[in-house]
Each structure stands twice: as C-alpha cells, then as structure tokens.
Design a protein. Structure first.
Lengths: 294, 398, 363
C-alpha cells in the first residue's frame, strides 16, 4: 500500500497530462492527415484559449465564460486557417509550414502585448478544481476527470468520422486530397471543419490543463504543443486512436522520468522516444503505410 | 522585373537608413523637457516580460516613483532634469545584451538593474565596454560584481541569503532534510540553491536536489518526490511565475511542509496565489512594509493614482521589497551624479565607490567588490487569510 | 561582362564594404546600435546561409540549427576561457576540468568540427527520414542536445545550466564580417562545384538524381555535415557577440527565427539570406524599438496603442504579410550581383527615358 501511495501521484499526473496532450494531439493529427501540414500554431491557439478564459472570467459568470471561450477559440482556429493557410494551398508544403510558424510567432507576440508579459492566474472553474482524495493521495478533481472526458470525446469523434457525411468526406480527403475534390467534396468546408474540431478539442484541453497548472503565459503553449505533436507522430500521424495512445504514453513516461529523479531530461526524453520510433517504425505505432506521391 | 526593383529598393532603403539613422533612436522621446534645464539620463535595465516580468516591473515602479518625487539633480552647480531611459531585457540572457546596447546608444550616465542575476551578468560586458557603471538593485548572485569595477549592487548576496535561510530552516522547523528545486539556466536560482545546500549540509542536514526546465508548468511530480523523500522543508528559489504554480499545486497535493524561498517570492503574486490555501510560505527579503511610513504612504498614494502603475504592481498597492530597493537605487545614482559633478559615466563610476546613502531599506555603502555592506535580512511569512506578509524575524549570520 | 571582370567587380565591392565598415568604426561612437546590428546581422547571415544550403539547395528540411549553434558556442567558450578566470566561471565545479585555452580562430574551427561530428552521428539515423519527419527529428535532437548540456553531471565541462563567460569577444566590428565572409564564400564555392550541382539535383528530384548516378545518402550526409559545421562556427561567433552563453538560449524559437530569415530572403538565394538577416536583425533589435515607447509623439499627437511589446506585434504582422503575399522572398532564387544591378539600372533608366520621350510627345 505504501508503494501505491508513494507512486500513485506520478501515475495520476501522467494520465491527466496525457489526456490533455491527447486533446491537443487530435488537432495536429487531423490537420496533418488532410493537409500534410504541421500546424505549429496549434499550441498557441491552446494558449489563446487559456487567455480568453482568464479575461472573460473577470467580467462574466463562469457558465457564460466557458462556452464563450470555446466559441472564440474555434473562431480563431477557423480564421487562422482561412487567412494563413488557405491562400497557400497550392504553394509548396514548406511555405505553408512557415506560415504556421509565422502565425505562432504572431499569436505569442499578441499575447505578450495583451498580457504585458506577465503570467495570468487562471480562474478556478467550480467543481473540477476542488480537491479530492484518492487512495490516500490528494489531488484536484480535474486529474480524475481528464482521462474520462478525453475518452468520451474521442469515442464521439471516432463515431462522427465513421458515420457522418462530413466524416466520410474527411476520410476521403485524407486518403487522396485531389481525387476527393474531383468527386465533388467541398474541400474548403472539410478543411474548415477539421480545424473547427481540432480547436474545439484544444479549447477543452486548455480548460483542463490550466485548471491543473494555473499560470497562462505567452509561451505556455509551445511545449505542450510540441509534445502533443510528438504524441501524434508517435501514435502514427493521421490516426486518432494512435494520437490518443501516444499522448497517454508520453504523459505517463514524462512523469515517471521526473519521479526517478532525471528531471533535466523530462522534455528530452519525449524527443528521444520520437526519434527511436521514427527510426524503427517511421509511420508511428498505428500509422498506415504511406505511398510516396510522385 | 518587379521583384528586382523591390529587391533594389529594399537594399537601398536599408543602406540609406543604416547610413543616416546612425544618430540613435530617431527622435523617439516624448515632448522634450523644454524648461531650459539640461538632461541627464539614467538607464533602467529591467525585465518587463518573461519569467521575471512581474518583479522587474515592481522594481521599475520604485525608480519611477523616486523620479516623480525628485525629478532634478544638481550636478556641478547646474540643475539637470533626470530622465529614465527604460528598456525591457525580457528576462532573457540572449535578448539582454541588445537591450543594454540600446541603453548605451542613448548615452545614459549610469544604469540601474536588473532584477534577476543572469541578465545582469549577461549585459555586464556591454556596459563595461561602454564605460558605463551599473547599479544592481536586487541581483543577488556574487558573480554580478565579482572581477569587475563597473558593476555595483545595493542588496545582500546569495551566500548570505542562503545561509540565513538554512539557519532559519534549522532553528525554526528543526529541519533535517531539505528538498531543493531550482530552474535550469537561471543563475539566480541555481546559485541560491547551491549556497543554501552548502549552509544546510554544513549544519548537518541532508538535501535532495532537483531541477526543472524553462516553460515547465507541471510541478506535481516534484511535489510528490519531495513528499516521498521525507523532506522537512521545500526550498524553491525560483521566479514568481513558477512560484505561483508551485504554491497552487502543493496546496492541491496537500503538501504540509513549509515552502521557503529567497527575495523573488516577496511579491504580491505569491500572496495572491497563497490566499485562502493551506500552505506555509517563508521568504527572506530586503525590506518589510512598515519599515518607513513616509515611503509606504507616499508610494501607495502614487500607485493608487496611476492605473498603469497599479497594473504594473499586480493590481493592488502592496509595497514589494524590490520597489523599495528600486527607490533607493535611484537615489544612490543621484548621489553618485552629485559627487561626480559631471554626467560623464567614467566620473560617475569613480564617484560610486565613495557614495554612502541612508535609504528606506537601510544604510548603503560599497565595499571593495562593489557590494553593499548588508548584514541583516527580514524573514516574512505569507498570511493566507489576509493575503499580506507577516513579519517573522530579522535574521543575520552569526 | 566576362568572368574576370565580374570577379574584379565582386572583390572590389567586398573591399569597399570592409573599408566602409572600418571608416564607420573610426568615426562613429562605439555604443551605436548600428554596430550591434551589424555584428549580429553578420553572424545570422552565416547561419542563415548554412541553413539555406540544406533547405534551399539540397531540399533537406532540417530544424536542428539551434542545436548545432549550441555545440559550436559551447565548444568555443569552453576552449577559450582563460585558465585564470576558470575558477570564478566554474565556481560550483571547482574550476572545471579543462585548464587551458586555445587561440580564438582555432576554437571557432573546433566549434565547427564538433558540430559537424555530431551532425555526422545524428545524420546516420535521421537522414533516412523524409521532409516533415526529418524536420521534427532534427528539432528533437536539438532539444536533446540542449538538455544534455544542462545536465548537472557534466558540470565540470559545461558549467551545468549556468552561464559561461569571460571568453574573448569581438574587438572590432570587422571580425564577424571577415569570418562570416570567408565561410559564406566557401559555401558559395561549394554550391557552384560539382557537389553543389548534385545537391540541387537531389532537391529537384531525388529519383532522377539517383538515376543519374548521384549517391543520395552520401550527398545528403555531406550537405548536412557541412551545414552543421558552419552553424557551429556561427554559434562560436554568437558566443563572442553575446559575451555570455547558456544552453537555455538555444531554443527551437531560435531555429524558427533563422528559418524565417531564410524564407524572407528567398529559399535558394545566398545573397537573399544575407540581406534579410541584416533587415531582420535591424527591425527586431533597432528600428522598431520606438514602438515600445508609450510616450511617442508625432508633433503633438499622442500615438495610441504603443507600449512594451507592440514592436513585436508589428514585426510579426510584417512577417506574416511577407510570408503570405511575397512568397518568393526578397530575392527569390536569384542572386544579387553587379551584373543584375547594371541590368536593372539600365532598364529603369531606359524606361524613364522612354517615358520622357512619351511626355514630350504628348505636350
């Protein structure tokens, strides 16, 4: 029992942060699946979602602020795609990736300007930020809720992709972008929908993440964003269950590494894991074999 | 063709601006103080963003308040208008030097700052090459003033502060084991952690050391490790940004041992994070609110009258120790200017060695390394009910 | 214009530039921001060109530049700190384990070699990866290198995560220009050699290149190692410019900055990278600084919105606009040359005279 109480907190922290990475990673993996674009700005949209709630919670009650935050975040995701990525759809892949880096730079600097460079205290969301005790270790309720909520959302998403018309269109677009256009799929609305779903999940992920780790700074999104991307690659980019499993593995491993005292390497470990999987199985754990498009 | 023209135009514009724009910052100053008085510039090299942004802003507030109280100085029988030239070093050792270079190019006579030892060390050579003296306000790492003749400092040093904290932990909590958490790449944090460890092990204690990367916001595992190690105190000399996260998460994780830290934690950011939570926080600092009633009341009034100032102070009128230190640093600079009788940086540098000034934070005079002679630190404890600091003790080193 | 003439023109241009710099240094106050920008610009020009060699000329999308700069910077710093200052720099590690110093040029080359050596090792596994995967793997390696250099156990060598300082720095603004100039000239010579043509062939079509008998793995590795060598040298120069270095400076944000410089200059243009690095540094460090000033007046009009951080927003918007609307960058894939300049002037002049003729006709 002593062993459990000593080590359970690491595991819980790992699962909880893994769930939050998973919600971000889905955005990466879906966008990559369709556009073959590493959306470097995704982590910063996650940060923006945090800031929006910080500011909106000061002027309105929480039950309005949270839906508003989600709507605004989705709107940002939509606008970013329309303004920064859509015009470059026929350009080489590198330009669109650079555009993503540019958006990330812009969002971070805007946040720096708005916040004046200071860390903003995230408001406590009632109920989920309460403290609870599990097997003798204390933690916030959000730690327990995150994995459950993540799994529910992922199941819903998979159902959406499997059984709805837009889901079918997404699958078609990710299989073959050009041909799906020829088959009469409105590619712009499919891409927009992808971004909307991705940012919606990132917005929820941000509410969970910042309830646990309550400081919002302009660069706070960078590391979770990068790690979520690594999770997406690890699980096999384009595959939603892969991204989720990858995220949980990374979240748990990261906390175990910290637990055994190798704290300097907690971030580096994530990347080492990535490189190893890329070398052994370049398409990730669950990735489909990708034919070279010539 | 069009692109070639564009390329040419950009090149020409660039070369042109480089050649013509040499005269400094292109008239960026506000409406000049046009009352006939000459102007002397004091550079303020402080972070306004990044990890240490909150502390840097509070320190700058002290200087601005002092400047509003005493906007002129007599130098060599003439009255000079004092102008603060403020730059943001972004709490970053790689952005710092170019911010410092922009101070040099606007021809300041003396520089104040910075909050955070790393950025001070990083910019030290820029000031040295330009022959401009700098007065460190709250950078406590010994390396700031060591081995040079242009960097001064008005606060105590980390070896002293670390010892005070170790003694305090040993005496008040009979601590046998300390958990030390420092931030990688932060010279203040690793330095103070090192001196605390030296002093604490010297007292027969045991330490567990861990580090975290910049940008880390998940401290739950660290807190669990501290618990598992059976530590009696949690020592975390880190920036306020990380501190707020540590406090929040240790309350959520039910950490019962006291959190201890150095001067950075003396900030209302910490008080706000700790308010209403079940945590014990002890810090060492330079100044205790109430130490000088005139100063406290004056600056509170000034902060409350100015919305920007209030926002920079974290939204309330708590007087941070760093603000008091910034205030004193400004007057030390004025004393040096007066003694030098000239705005020439070299003369100011020479004069600084002999300056002695009785500030709100105590007597200030410099020793042979350019450090202020300080032998006491205040220990404060965060009152989680009222959200204010409670005075605990004045502690020196025996 | 024949080849000889061209060479004479180019050499005399470079000499004129150096003389101009020398004169500027003599007449201008040494604290001017101009020199800060010129020094940093020269260093970034070198690293941007080295990145361009990979991304623009060989078509390998690598994001590991910051990591290689870190290796170069640390090697330089560790090898040049004078033994008498080591005790104070390595104060937590009893003066460190290295107790000698070597001359600056040797240390710069050593920095390059160490970076190149690591690149060789990293290249063995990662160069098999394609485009985005290569990018993310090299980015990952840069992060791993950064963490390793911050490791406490390596403290006697790297000073842990603390600052390294007290090493020799620039005495004159000419120094970074000369070193960067030589390095960039070497890169240009490489690009114009058979190897360079092979690189370009790989960029344009890997399969065709292989069919033509180009050894893909060998050439890719060569480009990667050479690019990293120069990134290492520029890391050493950056250390000289900064006067202090620390592993935490070399974040992925630094690589992104360099990538943006390359893109703004034009992917596949050496002169473009040089021009844009000076523009980029000047804008981010100097020209836009007034935007951070809250009390900025034009006449008596108080300009709104200005406060700390505004300069960065403006800068980011400008960059976004460049990326979206001016995709080819300043130079595209073209090079700045005397000939092109001549042609340009001729065309502008001709057009003007034609226009003038038209004007007189109308009147």
């Amino acid at each position: 029992m002593d062993f459990v109480t000593r080590n359970l907190p690491y595991l819980m922290a790992g699962i909880s942060v893994g769930g939050q990475y998973a919600l971000i990673a889905i955005g990466y993996t879906m966008v990559y699946g369709i556009l073959r674009l590493i959306n470097f700005a995704h982590g910063d949209i996650f940060m923006a979602a945090g800031l929006i709630l910080v500011y909106s919670a000061t002027v309105m009650p929480m039950y309005i602020a949270i839906p508003l935050m989600i709507i605004l975040t989705v709107l940002i995701g939509f606008i970013v795609e329309r303004v920064a990525y859509k015009p470059l759809r026929s350009a080489p892949r590198m330009s669109i990736m650079i555009s993503a880096i540019g958006v990330s730079y812009l969002l971070q600097n805007l946040a720096l300007y708005v916040t004046g460079g200071l860390s903003q205290q995230y408001p406590a969301i009632p109920w989920i930020s309460d403290t609870v005790t599990i097997f003798g270790s204390t933690t916030k309720r959000v730690t327990v809720i995150t994995p459950v909520l993540t799994l529910v959302l992922v199941v819903l998403l998979v159902l959406l992709i499997k059984y709805t018309k837009i889901g079918m269109a997404m699958r078609a677009a990710s299989r073959d972008f050009e041909t799906s256009q020829l088959m009469g799929i409105k590619i712009n609305s499919v891409v927009s929908m992808t971004f909307i779903i991705g940012t919606f999940l990132a917005a929820i992920g941000s509410a969970l993440f910042f309830t646990n780790y309550t400081g919002v700074t302009p660069t706070v999104g960078a590391m979770p964003g990068l790690k979520a991307f690594v999770a997406a690659v690890f699980g096999g980019i384009g595959s939603i269950p892969g991204a989720v499993i990858g995220a949980f593995i990374i979240g748990i491993c990261e906390n175990i590494i910290k637990g055994v005292g190798l704290t300097t390497f907690s971030d580096a470990f994530t990347f080492a894991l990535l490189i190893i999987i890329l070398i052994i199985k370049p398409t990730g754990l669950f990735g489909e074999k990708e034919a070279d498009k010539v | 063709m069009k692109k070639k023209v564009m390329a040419l135009v950009t090149t020409v514009v660039m070369v042109g601006t480089v050649l013509t724009g040499c005269g400094g910052n292109g008239g960026a100053a506000g409406p000049a103080a046009d009352n006939g008085a000459k102007v002397v510039k004091i550079g303020v090299y402080e972070p306004a963003s990044g990890d240490n942004g909150a502390g840097g802003k509070q320190e700058t507030l002290g200087m601005q308040y002092a400047n509003s109280k005493t906007p002129t100085v007599q130098i060599g029988g003439e009255e000079y208008q004092v102008e603060l030239e403020i730059v943001d070093n972004e709490s970053s050792n790689d952005k710092g030097p170019s911010a410092a270079a922009s101070l040099v190019s606007s021809k300041v006579s003396v520089v104040l700052g910075s909050y955070g030892s790393g950025v001070s060390i990083a910019a030290s050579d820029v000031f040295k090459d330009a022959g401009i003296p700098a007065i460190g306000v709250t950078c406590t790492n010994p390396q700031v003033t060591e081995g040079n003749t242009h960097y001064f400092r008005i606060c105590f040093l980390d070896p002293f502060q670390g010892t005070v904290l170790a003694n305090f932990a040993n005496e008040n909590f009979s601590a046998k084991k300390a958990y030390i958490l420092t931030k990688l790449g932060d010279d203040y944090s690793t330095g103070l952690g090192h001196y605390f460890k030296e002093a604490f092990t010297g007292l027969g204690g045991e330490v567990v050391e861990e580090t975290f990367q910049e940008g880390n916001s998940d401290f739950i595992s660290y807190i669990t490790s501290a618990k598992n190690a059976g530590a009696d105190v949690f020592f975390a000399p880190v920036s306020t940004e990380a501190a707020a996260l540590i406090i929040e998460q240790s309350a959520a994780q039910g950490l019962t041992i006291p959190l201890m830290a150095g001067d950075t934690w003396d900030s209302n950011v910490i008080l706000n994070a700790a308010k209403g939570k079940d945590v014990q926080i002890y810090v060492t600092t330079f100044y205790q609110e109430g130490g000088n009633a005139d100063f406290d009341n004056g600056i509170k009034e000034w902060i409350n009258a100015d919305n920007t100032a209030k926002a920079n102070n974290g939204g309330d009128d708590t007087v941070a120790a760093v603000t008091a230190m910034g205030y004193d640093a400004y007057y030390v600079a004025l004393e040096a200017l007066k003694a030098a009788g000239s705005t020439d940086p070299a003369a100011v540098n020479e004069a600084l060695w002999k300056v002695s000034y009785n500030g709100v934070s105590g007597e200030i005079a410099f020793n042979e390394t350019g450090d202020a002679l300080r032998d006491v630190a205040y220990v404060k404890c965060a009152n989680t009910q009222t959200g204010a600091w409670d005075f605990v003790a004045v502690q020196g080193v025996k | 214009m024949n080849k000889k003439n061209k060479l004479i023109w180019n050499v005399s241009l470079i000499v004129a530039l150096l003389v101009l710099l020398f004169v500027l240094e003599q007449v201008m106050p040494s604290g001017s921001m101009l020199f800060t920008v010129l020094k940093k610009g020269a260093i970034y020009a070198l690293v941007a060109v080295s990145m361009n060699l990979l991304n623009g000329f060989t078509g390998l999308f690598s994001l590991g530049q910051a990591g290689f700069m870190l290796l170069g910077a640390y090697t330089y710093a560790i090898l040049t700190i004078p033994p008498e200052s080591r005790a104070s720099v390595y104060q937590y590690y009893d003066g460190g384990i290295i107790q000698f110093a070597i001359p600056v040029p040797l240390a710069l080359i050593a920095g390059g070699l160490i970076a190149a050596g690591f690149a060789f090792l990293i290249g063995l596994p990662v160069l098999r990866l394609k485009s985005d995967y290569l990018a993310i793997a090299t980015l990952g390696f840069a992060e791993i290198i950064r963490a390793v250099f911050q490791w406490d156990k390596l403290g006697p060598l790297t000073n842990g995560s603390n600052l390294l300082r007290s090493f020799p720095t620039f005495q004159s603004v000419l120094y970074p220009f000369i070193v960067s100039g030589i390095c960039i000239a070497l890169i240009v010579m490489l690009i114009n050699s058979t190897y360079g043509r092979a690189f370009k062939a790989i960029r344009d079509d890997e399969i065709a290149a292989e069919a033509m008998g180009i050894n893909l793995a060998h050439h890719k590795r060569l480009a990667f190692v050479i690019s990293s060598f120069f990134a290492g040298v520029s890391g050493g120069l950056l250390a000289m410019y900064q006067t202090t270095i620390q592993a935490s400076m070399f974040k992925s944000a630094m690589t992104y900055e360099i990538l943006l410089i390359v893109v703004i200059g034009g992917i596949g243009s050496v002169t473009g990278s040089c021009i844009s690095s000076f523009l980029f540094i000047a804008c981010s460090e100097w020209w836009l600084r007034f935007l951070d000033n809250e009390n900025f007046y034009i006449g008596s009009f108080h300009v709104p919105l200005l406060r700390a951080g505004f300069r960065k927003v403006v800068f980011a918007v400008v960059i976004m606009a460049m990326v979206l609307f001016y995709r080819q960058g300043i130079m595209g894939t073209k090079e700045f040359s005397v000939e092109a300049l001549q042609n340009l002037f001729r065309k502008i002049f001709l057009r003007k005279s034609v226009k003038k003729a038209g004007d007189t006709h109308e009147s």
